[in-house]
Design a protein around this ligand. Structure first.
Ligand code: OSB
Ligand code: MG
Length: 357
């Protein structure tokens, strides 16, 4: 699906979102899921073709062989497959969608939502120039977004952050995301971000490097927030206890599913660690589930849950529209959104792959 504007991060520039969708046919009805894996393994090791392959070769056969199972049982069923969390997550959410549609219950109710709408932020890519960045940010502010997140990398950090802080004023919520672009040698440089009153700095160092995040957290006033590193509840608790992260970006796909995401939320709430809902440029299908997750009580910071028009000209569901800086949590059964199947067909890069028992 073409993006309305290119999205550049420290790991690359995207002009389209290559989306793997799963439609799960069950005896109680169909469910849909959106896999958050990107086309290339640059954000994480997972990628679209890898996801398709592991679903086809391992996860779907395990599902078929299991016979009568519930969505809740899938993580144990898939446990023999190491990693591949985004692939496991899409099957789990498709199963949940089917189950909850049959039961007449929404994702929000199932996850434990306590709000009927959620505060929204927007993730702003690296721009060709500071002027272009300020134009883009101004547009989002006019639309009502409640928090701005700037993508940064070495050579694109202090200057753009200073310019945007100037534009927004001191009170505005502003944060940065490095997508692992720095090393421990950059600690002194990153300390200079302290003067901009940022909400947090997200994932400055590589996924496995908890130790350097601890060192940065000790050196800097700005709260450190992990994204890529947080792949499970155990890792989240470990990173919190070691002082590597004082805020967590929760992405259900990265942690193996929405049920694990809820568990991380619960662990963070218990420890007074604020969380927010990350995004992976989802269509309305994935967005519906993200917005339901973001309605849980511990999600106290605005998420990367932006409106459909921030990403796509046409969404695969009815568009999510920003109202006073917020998106409504769908209330219908399952995801609460209806997939526009004709549009899915039109956008499809090839015919659907059918897997059977
Ligand atoms: O690091 O949060 C990230 C998009 C793709 C991959 C990684 C990230 C992102 C974003 C965009 O920041 C969030 C969104 O608006 O969906
Ligand atoms: Mg991130």
């Amino acid at each position: 699906m073409p993006l309305v504007r290119p999205f550049e991060t420290s790991f690359g520039r995207q002009t389209v979102r290559d989306v793997l969708l799963v439609r799960l046919r069950t005896d109680v009805g169909d469910g849909w899921g959106e896999c958050v894996a990107m086309a290339d393994p640059f954000y994480s090791s997972e990628y679209v073709f890898g996801a398709e392959d592991v679903i086809r070769g391992y996860l779907a056969p395990a599902l078929f062989a299991a016979g009568d199972v519930t969505a809740e049982q899938l993580s144990a069923l898939f446990a023999p497959v190491v990693g591949h969390r985004m692939s496991k997550a899409v099957l789990e959410i498709a199963a949940l969608d089917a189950e909850l549609r049959a039961a007449g219950e929404s994702f929000g109710l199932r996850f434990g939502a306590v709000r009927d709408s959620v505060d929204c932020g927007v993730s702003v890519g690296i721009s060709p120039t500071i002027d272009a960045l300020l134009d883009e940010v101004s547009g989002y502010v006019e639309k009502g977004y409640r928090r701005i997140k700037l993508k940064i990398k070495p050579g694109w950090d202090l200057e753009p952050v200073a310019a945007v802080r100037d534009l927004l004023g001191d009170a505005a919520l502003l944060q940065v995301d490095a997508n692992t672009a720095y090393t421990i040698a950059d600690v002194e440089h990153l300390r200079e971000l302290d003067r901009f009153g940022l909400l947090l700095i997200e994932q400055p160092f590589v996924e496995e490097d908890i130790r350097s995040h601890v060192a940065l957290a000790l050196a800097i006033e700005t709260p450190v927030c992990l994204d890529e590193s947080i792949v499970s509840t155990e890792v989240a608790i470990d990173a919190i206890e070691r002082g590597a992260t004082s805020v967590i970006n929760i992405k259900a796909g990265r942690v193996g599913g929405y049920l694990e995401a809820v568990a991380i939320h619960d662990a963070c709430l218990e420890r007074n660690v604020p969380v927010w809902c990350g995004g992976m440029l989802e269509t309305g299908i994935g967005r519906a589930a993200n917005v339901a997750l973001a309605a849980l009580p511990g999600f106290t910071l605005p998420g990367d849950t932006s409106a459909s028009d921030r990403y796509f000209e046409e969404d695969l569901t009815d568009p999510f529209v920003l109202r006073d800086g917020r998106l409504d949590v769908p209330t219908g059964p399952g995801s609460g959104v209806t997939v526009r199947e004709e549009l899915v067909h039109d956008f499809a890069s090839r015919a659907p792959v059918e897997l059977r028992e």
